[in-house]
Design a protein around this ligand. Sequence first.
Ligand SMILES: NC(=O)c1ccc[n+]([C@@H]2O[C@H](COP(=O)([O-])OP(=O)(O)OC[C@H]3O[C@@H](n4cnc5c(N)ncnc54)[C@H](O)[C@@H]3O)[C@@H](O)[C@H]2O)c1
Length: 251
Amino acid sequence: MRLKDRVALVTGGASGIGRAIAARFVAEGAIVVIADVTTVVREGGQPTHEWLGIEHVQTDVSVEAECEAAVARVVARHGRLDVLVNDAAITLGKPLLDCSREEWDRVLAVNLTGCFLMSRAAVRAMLAQAPRGEVRGRIVNISSQHGMVASPGDIAYGTSKAGVAYLTRQVAVDYAAQGIVCNAVAPGKILTGKTGRAIDPAMIAYSEARTPWPRLGRPEDVAGAALFLASDDAMYVTGENLMVDGGWMAY
Ligand SMILES: NC(=O)c1ccc[n+]([C@@H]2O[C@H](COP(=O)([O-])OP(=O)(O)OC[C@H]3O[C@@H](n4cnc5c(N)ncnc54)[C@H](O)[C@@H]3O)[C@@H](O)[C@H]2O)c1
């Protein structure tokens, strides 16, 4: 019960990695609220909030008012917000010359601006609450190895994830004195319910070739790292971007 009675808000928690994080946090004693645009589970199965018996707040993280409302609802209902997980993201799969202005704007709006808007709302709420020990609140961003190395043929996604890694360090530095901890988990190739390009045999073969560990990742692998960064086991750790990539970036 490493998150006993901690209040956590998980964006993108309906599916995939976010769903695994929500499940792990609940198993560790947290009160979890999901903020997602949909309750549909991409990989199939019962909606996450029903499965876990928790609340789902309909939220598009690219919309400022919806981010503010999601955080306000958590605080009103549970009295505080201990952990924000910024997991919601979309991919596009287009290189520079094929990427329209509208497509670029949409990917950046969800993946990077969404992280900014949710973090801003959360930090504002966290600064208004009493600390638990040294820590007033924690943010765990889900970044990617893409953004550190190029995301082949996906300029908007890779750029957005580079921004998330930077935003992580910036928030960590600016609010450390006030007890805000901000870290990221950078997954390598994780098999979730994504369709299309993500499961294209050529992309899977590319990912396998890049991954020294003899399998691709599972959502639970990322959830374990997110749990560490959300818990008091991660003390004096801030501004970090923790790879969970089977060695991809070491290769
Ligand atoms: N799967 C991978 O291989 C991999 C690798 C590196 C990083 N990541 C990152 O991990 C995170 C989760 O990826 P996943 O594979 O589980 O994806 P996924 O598509 O299975 O889940 C993403 C979730 O985000 C939600 N979402 C999308 N747009 C939203 C919006 N505007 N507002 C709120 N919610 C929104 C979706 O509804 C979905 O529930 C993402 O940040 C992704 O970039 C994934």
